[in-house]
Design a protein around this ligand. Structure first.
Ligand code: THU
Length: 165
């Protein structure tokens, strides 16, 4: 240990784990089903990794999206961001309560829950911080367990936010 180090910081992160969608609350199951439906219409011819997302708003509306890829690769966007940006554009003053994510790959079976990429975590954090209300994140694979994070803080500890600006 370097002489000047005074301690080690450990961060505990927690998820609720469910065996299948059948075990979820009715609202969570409905949101996950909406995400699963969106997997089919993803535009993902390059990665063949199809992702669906569904966003539940405080007004009860569900807004969905899926990944949209592009021949110029970086121009595409993840499913979570497509859904959450669309939700914010349509309902700018309505808090986001939950985001569900579903996936289907053409090449491998995804048997563990897909958790949003780093960029999507930062975007979800923006809306959590904007409304100062936690966003539940419901993560699923093609089969296997489902993880639920109670807040983006579980996925993005030490996040950068507007408090620094
Ligand atoms: N992707 C998502 O839509 N969400 C994620 O959480 C991870 C990755 C997309 C981006 C790209 O179209 C494909 O999956 C492969 O990375």
């Amino acid at each position: 240990m370097a002489k000047s180090k005074i301690s080690k910081l450990s961060i505990l992160t927690e998820f609720d784990v469910y065996n299948s969608a059948k075990d979820l609350d009715k609202k969570d199951a409905e949101l996950l089903l909406a995400a699963q439906k969106m997997v089919k219409t993803a535009h993902a011819p390059y990665s063949e990794f199809h992702v669906g997302a569904a966003v539940l708003l405080e007004n009860g509306k569900i807004v969905t999206g899926n990944n949209q890829e592009n021949a110029a690769y970086p121009s595409g966007l993840c499913a979570e961001r497509v859904a959450i940006f669309y939700a914010s554009a349509q309902y700018p003053n309505v808090a986001v309560k939950a985001v569900a994510v579903a996936v289907k790959s053409k090449n491998i079976v995804i048997s563990e829950p897909l958790s949003p990429c780093g960029g999507c975590r930062q975007v979800i954090a923006e809306y959590e911080n904007m409304f100062e209300k936690p966003i539940r994140i419901i993560m699923s694979g093609e089969k296997g367990q489902i993880y639920i994070a109670k807040s983006i803080e579980s996925l993005l500890p030490l996040m950068f936010s507007k408090k620094y600006l």
